[in-house]
Design a protein. Structure first.
Length: 274
C-alpha cells in the first residue's frame, strides 16, 4: 500500500507507526484509518517485529476527526467512514468481542505502545486508550471530545475507560468531554510515564527494547491474550487456561532457553516459536 498519511519503520525488532498529517495535528481520516489497519496487520505478520510503537508527526498525536470529514457528514446527512470494503482485519477471529474497530487490537499478539507527543482528542484519544501501554509528554491536551459534537462515546470507550481508570474518574471524562492534561492523566493512572518532549521517543523505545529483550514473544502474546480475554470471563476459566498454557509452553524451545539463560546468568536468545 502507498502510504500517504502514515509512516512505518522497523528497527531492532520494534515497529514505529507514525500518524503523518503534521499540518493538521495528524487529524483522522478514512485514509489514515485504512493505512493504520494495514500497518498493524503488516507488523503482526512480520516475524522480525516484536512490538509496535504508535506516535504522531510534529506537534500532535492525533487531534481527532478531520474537520472537513465532520463537515462532509453534515452534507451527506449521516456518517461515512471513508474506508474501503477490503479494510485489513488484523486481530480478527480471536474472540467475537474483539471483531470491531480498535477492539481488534486486543486480538493482536504483539504489544502496542502509544507515545503521545501532543494533543490526543476524540478518535486520537481512543487510539491511545486501546494501546497496551501509554507514555506522554507533559502538558499534552487530552479529551474524549464527543459530547461537544452531540455524539456518543466513540469506539467502545464507555467500556474501556472505566476499566483503565475506574468508573468515577471515567464518568467525569466521558460525561463532560472536558480537556485535561497528560499530567492529570498520569495522576489518574491512565499513563505509564511522562517524559520531556526530546526524551519521549528515546525513552519509550528504551522501555520497549527492554521488554522484547527480557520477555519471550510467546509470553508477551499469551499474557496480552489473557489480559483482554479475562475482561470477558470468570476467574475460574482464567485459572484453567493459565494451567493449560503452562503445560503447553513448558514444551517450547523458548522455555528451555529461558531456564538455560537463568542458570548461565546470561540474556536469553529468544527463537519466537509458537
Amino acid at each position: 500500500m502507498d502510504l500517504k498519511v502514515t509512516r512505518f519503520a522497523v528497527e531492532d525488532r520494534i515497529a514505529t507507526l507514525t500518524l503523518h498529517r503534521p499540518e493538521r495535528l495528524n487529524s483522522w481520516t478514512g485514509r489514515m484509518h485504512t493505512e493504520y489497519r494495514h500497518l498493524l496487520a503488516r507488523a503482526e505478520e512480520d516475524p522480525e517485529v516484536r512490538a509496535v510503537v504508535v506516535t504522531g508527526s510534529g506537534r500532535g498525536f492525533c487531534a481527532g476527526a478531520d474537520t472537513s470529514a465532520l463537515e462532509s457528514h453534515v452534507e451527506r446527512g449521516g456518517y461515512d467512514p471513508g474506508t474501503p470494503e477490503d479494510l485489513a482485519r488484523p486481530g480478527y477471529g480471536v474472540r467475537p468481542e474483539f471483531d470491531a474497530d480498535f477492539a481488534f487490537q486486543f486480538g493482536l499478539k504483539k504489544p502496542i505502545i502509544a507515545a503521545i507527543n501532543g494533543p490526543a482528542a476524540g478518535v486520537g484519544f481512543v487510539i491511545a486508550c486501546y494501546a497496551d501501554l501509554r507514555f506522554a509528554v507533559p502538558g499534552a491536551k487530552l479529551t474524549t471530545a464527543h459530547g461537544k459534537l452531540n455524539l456518543p462515546a466513540e469506539y467502545g470507550l464507555s467500556w474501556l475507560l472505566p476499566r483503565l481508570i475506574g468508573l468515577t474518574r471515567a464518568n467525569d471524562l466521558l460525561l463532560s468531554s472536558r480537556v485535561f492534561l497528560s499530567d492529570e492523566a498520569m495522576e489518574l493512572g491512565l499513563l505509564n510515564g511522562l517524559f520531556p518532549a526530546d526524551e519521549l521517543m528515546p525513552r519509550t523505545l528504551e522501555y520497549v527494547r527492554r521488554l522484547v529483550d527480557s520477555v519471550s514473544p510467546g509470553s508477551l502474546a499469551a499474557s496480552k491474550r489473557q489480559i483482554y480475554t479475562d475482561q470477558h470471563r470468570d476467574v475460574g476459566a482464567s485459572v484453567e487456561e493459565a494451567n493449560a498454557l503452562i503445560a503447553e509452553m513448558m514444551k517450547s524451545a523458548d522455555y528451555r532457553e529461558a531456564v538455560a539463560a537463568w542458570r548461565e546468568k546470561r540474556p536469553p536468545n529468544w527463537r519466537g516459536e509458537e
